[in-house]
Structures are given as C-alpha cells and as structure tokens.
Design a binder for this molecule. Structure first.
Ligand SMILES: C[S@@+](CC[C@H](N)C(=O)[O-])C[C@H]1O[C@@H](n2cnc3c(N)ncnc32)[C@H](O)[C@@H]1O
Length: 328
C-alpha cells in the first residue's frame, strides 16, 4: 500500500478529486499498473505476495491486541460448552486471533474455526495452527458454522465500504444463536479525532488506497442498524486508543428450540448500553451510504496539485478527518 499512498496525489490528479468508491480502479491497483483488479487480485498476481502480506500483518499485533479489550472469559463462560463452536475467525488470515483466544482464555472450551480464502489457508502449515480447523469460506456467502459463541472479524471491515460491510454482517445472521456475538476488531475513531489519533488517520488513508475506510463510532452505529443488528457495546481501553472491539448481537433473538451444538433455550442476555459518543447524531438516519464524503481527500489532493508533496502532515490530518465526520 505504501507505493499507492506515495502516489496518491498523482492518482487524484488523473482521476479527479473524489472519494475512492471502487475496489478495482483504486490508487493501489493504479500504482501497480493493474487497473481493473482489486487489492486481492493484485496481490495474487505476484507469487508470494499473499503470504508476505498476511505475515506482514503480524507486525502490527502490538497495536492490535486480541486479548485485553473484550472480556472473553467473563462474558462467554456462562454459555460455554465443549460441544459448541467457541469462535469462528471470519477472514482470519493466519489464525493468530484464535491461538491467542485459546491461550488467553483457558477456561473456554469448544471448536475454533479459521475461515479465509483458499490461497491464504494453503500458505499456513498445519503445525502453525494446532487445534484449529481450517475452512475455506467466502464471507459474502451464508455462514456455514451454526451457533458459534463468537464470530470474530478483525481488520476486515476497514477493507470495505458500507454496502459490502453490511452484506458481510448479514451473511452471518442466519447462523447466529440468540446468545451468539459478532465481535469486530477494528478502529472506532473518536469524533472529532485529535492529534493523538494520527496513527488511525494514517491507517484511514492507507485503507482508502484499496477502496476501504476506517470508521467512527457513529459510522459503526449506522452500519449495524442498517444490517438489522444490535450494537451492544464498543469496547476500548486507554492503552489501545482508537482500537475497538465492536460487540454485536441479534436485535430480536429468534426462538431457539433445537438445542443444536449444545445451545440452550433462549435466555435473556444482560447487555450494556453503548456509550453515546459526543457529537452523536442519532442512529435514526436510515441511509448510511448517503452523504458520506471524504472531504479530507479533496483537501489532500488539492494541496498535492498545488505542488506540495507532504500534503497530509500531522497537524492537518485531525482537522480534515473531523471535517469529513461533520459531513456524514
Ligand atoms: C487485512 S486481512 C485480516 C486478516 C486477519 N483477520 C488479521 O487480523 O490478521 C483481511 C483478510 O480477509 C480475507 N478475505 C478477503 N476477501 C475475503 C472473502 N471474500 N472471503 C473470506 N476472506 C476474505 C483476506 O484473505 C485476508 O486474510
């Protein structure tokens, strides 16, 4: 993504100053001379790049921890059973999250399933994933693992705009038990962002190069509402800054009588209400896709066209992102 980020000003000069609303004609595909191919197709066009990318992600583990943000053991223990899937890691890459959950939550039993694209799964030797079942799965298609306690999705949603993100969520819904949780581990940017959030803003620009984006708390509320699901809580810690685990459950738990996979009869689940972020404009606006603008992109490219190479300096970033948030 770095070559794409470095040539953003040239991309916008050629394609116009507008948001990146494509997955195939992105700054990334343009930088690699592969217009018409999405990020994954560009990666797959060069031998070894898929594996290099998925291994490279592990370098960011320190700023994207799996244990210590969402209280897995505390909340999952009451309904945990060795006969029921514990966690499905959707688009899970090399499966590190599952290994960390197993290691960090010794009281939790149950099957761990790693789902991803074939190319990614094939690049992982079995000894790297003890006790984890690998399953090829396209996350836009119905989730095949029923009634898992957790459907864990890390660093995936920021690859996608809201329409596709909504489809990924909805593909899981029919598989969920009343007490299943979708846990999304991604950024939840504060509103407005401050100078201390420059790392997250940098990541937002990186994701833009492939057609994705980081989301604010309000963005998450709107997306989850649109998907017909219930935002239970956005978990964050002072140590991890804008990194969040977004906890989601069914809006109206369905009647469950099957007892399949050890799932008990429907029981009331205690939930904590999500904090109302400052600047919250309410979840009642129905069309989340409408009106989302990347005004900061226009600012960035405007500067670039004026001949400045360092167009998104540390001081400018928070201001520009805040400006985008105002437009939502
Ligand atoms: C940015 S990586 C995140 C990997 C992992 N969750 C992590 O945090 O390390 C996104 C992952 O989504 C996978 N992916 C992309 N499109 C997919 C699809 N349609 N179905 C399933 N997985 C997909 C990619 O192969 C990749 O492993």
């Amino acid at each position: 993504m770095i070559p794409a980020a470095a040539s953003l000003h040239l991309y916008f000069r050629k394609f116009g100053k507008k948001d990146v609303r494509t997955y195939t004609d992105t700054p990334h595909s343009w930088a690699f001379n592969k217009l018409g191919s999405n990020f994954w197709e560009v990666l797959m066009s060069e031998p070894g790049r898929v594996e290099a990318f998925s291994r490279g992600l592990s370098l960011f583990e320190a700023i994207h921890p799996i244990i210590g943000v969402f209280p897995f053991e505390e909340l999952l223990q009451p309904n945990n059973s060795p006969d029921r899937p514990l966690a499905v890691d959707v688009g899970g890459g090399r499966g590190l999250a599952l290994l960390k959950i197993r290691e960090g939550c010794p009281s939790l039993k149950g099957k761990l399933v790693l789902q991803d694209r074939k190319e990614v799964l094939d690049s992982i030797p079995p000894e790297e994933l003890p006790g984890v079942e690998k399953m090829e799965h396209d996350f836009f298609t119905p989730q095949p693992v029923k009634h898992s306690q957790v459907y864990y999705i890390r660093r995936v949603f920021h690859d996608w705009q809201d329409e596709e993100a909504c489809k990924i969520l909805q593909a899981i819904v029919p598989a969920m038990a009343p007490d299943s949780r979708i846990l999304i581990s991604d950024m939840a940017l504060p509103e407005p962002v401050g100078p201390e959030d420059d790392g997250a803003v940098w990541l937002d620009l990186m994701m833009m190069t492939i057609g994705g984006k980081e989301r604010t708390k309000t963005d998450w509320e709107k997306l989850i509402e649109k998907a017909g699901l219930r935002l239970v809580k956005i978990w964050q810690t002072p140590q991890t800054g804008p990194l969040a685990v977004v906890e989601i459950m069914l809006k109206e738990p369905r009647e469950e009588n099957e007892g399949e996979n050890g799932v008990q009869e429907e029981k009331k689940v205690e939930i904590q209400q999500p904090p109302v972020p400052s600047g919250h404009k309410g979840a009642e606006e129905p069309d989340i896709a409408k009106g989302i603008k990347r005004d900061h992109v226009d600012k960035v490219t405007g500067d670039a066209e004026a001949g400045e190479t360092d167009t998104h300096g540390a001081e400018a970033r928070p201001r520009e992102l805040a400006h985008r948030d105002e437009a939502i």
